[in-house]
Ligand binder design. Structure first.
Ligand code: ATP
Ligand code: MG
Length: 320
């Protein structure tokens, strides 16, 4: 279960505005990847390109031999069945209650009976903590609840690829921790390929197998979690540690004067790399690797204190 998604030299502009160019990466089958980047760098556009809602100008997106960027509408319809998607705005039908919203893909794409649909809908609503809210309209619930309802809907067709745009915006910190654990547990259970867009620097440290950073119209880096969390690359380091010192400014890039003024500022040491969250449901994850393995294999000395329980607390993690 779970399939590779291979992106080659993907480029997208809207009119004269280049969003990103030459993005190449493989989301490995069954692994959890997280995509980061300043607001407006085209993370949501990237997600939409992956499911063929936005056509790139150049490049390919290969899924089981089909190129999403150039295939026919008919092929696209078939490939889309592999996806579950949670859009940034939740994209709920405003006139349908949560139950009908979550049931929608099942009624649309399967021949399941209403009683089978009911079992699946209630299971997914339970999973995201929304039992009891089935008959509310999207406009009657909080933003965080809408996100979770959107997640339930993304899950009903047992996707091979799950795309999730900012699951934690509008969620309180405790629910964010629950959602993070839910992603790990779900990944163990359904073994799908996950791509999560988030701005939450804590989630990035403990959830993904792979991390990518979109910055300045290109993919600045994409690779294993330990590679990015130990990286001295100024943009990666600044973004992952939410620092003001570095190339990224309030309006995307700092000018030469601003950078010159920073050149004598001593950056704080990189924080220890925390342990990755493990499944709480006892199911092993295919892509879970021994802590520190990437650093060891690549001759990288991780920051002192990495891969200990204390490192988790140092970055504020709330496991369990
Ligand atoms: N359909 C569209 N037509 C024209 N421009 C668009 C369209 N969709 C997105 N854009 C532009 O593409 C750029 C990237 O938008 P996108 O929503 O992908 O950013 P993002 O990285 O997801 O930001 P955020 O973190 O704020 O969600 C923005 O400048 C946006 O205005
Ligand atoms: Mg976005």
């Amino acid at each position: 279960m779970g399939v590779d998604v291979t992106v080659n030299n993907l480029t997208k502009s809207f009119g004269k505005q280049l969003i990103w160019a030459d993005v190449s990466l493989t989301l490995p089958a069954g692994e959890i990847s997280v995509m980061l980047g300043p607001s407006g760098t085209g993370k949501s556009v990237f997600l939409k390109a992956l499911i063929g809602l936005i056509k790139p100008d150049n490049g390919s997106i290969l899924i089981e031999g089909t190129d999403i960027a150039s295939c026919s509408e008919k092929e696209l319809y078939e490939v889309r069945k592999l996806f579950g998607v949670l859009f940034q705005d939740g994209a709920m039908f405003g006139s349908m209650n949560l139950y009908d919203n979550v049931a929608f893909p099942l009624r649309e794409h399967t021949k399941k009976s209403e009683s089978e649909i009911r079992d699946i809908v209630m299971e997914k609503m339970d999973l995201v903590g929304l039992l009891g809210a089935e008959f509310k309209l999207p406009g009657e619930i909080s933003g965080g609840m809408r996100k979770r309802a959107g997640l339930a809907r993304a899950l009903v067709l047992d996707p091979e690829i799950l795309l999730i745009d900012e699951p934690d915006s509008g969620l309180d910190p405790v629910r964010t921790s629950f959602i993070n654990q839910l992603f790990i547990d779900l990944n163990a259970q359904i073994d799908a390929t996950f791509l999560i867009v988030t701005h939450d620097v804590h989630s990035v440290r403990v959830v993904p197998d792979q991390i990518g950073l979109l910055y300045h119209k290109h993919l600045a880096m994409y690779g294993p979690r330990e590679m990015l969390l130990s990286s001295p690359e100024p943009v990666v380091r600044q973004f992952l540690n939410a620092q003001t010192v570095g190339p990224i400014g309030m309006s995307e890039e700092k000018d030469a004067d601003q950078l010159a003024a920073e050149k004598d500022i001593q950056l704080p040491a990189l924080p220890p790399i925390p342990l990755q969250l493990e499944p709480s449901n006892g199911i092993p994850r295919r892509s879970q690797r021994p802590p520190g393995e990437w650093c060891r294999l690549n001759g990288v000395t991780p920051p002192p204190g990495s891969f200990t329980k204390e490192a988790e607390h140092a970055s504020g993690s709330q496991q369990g």
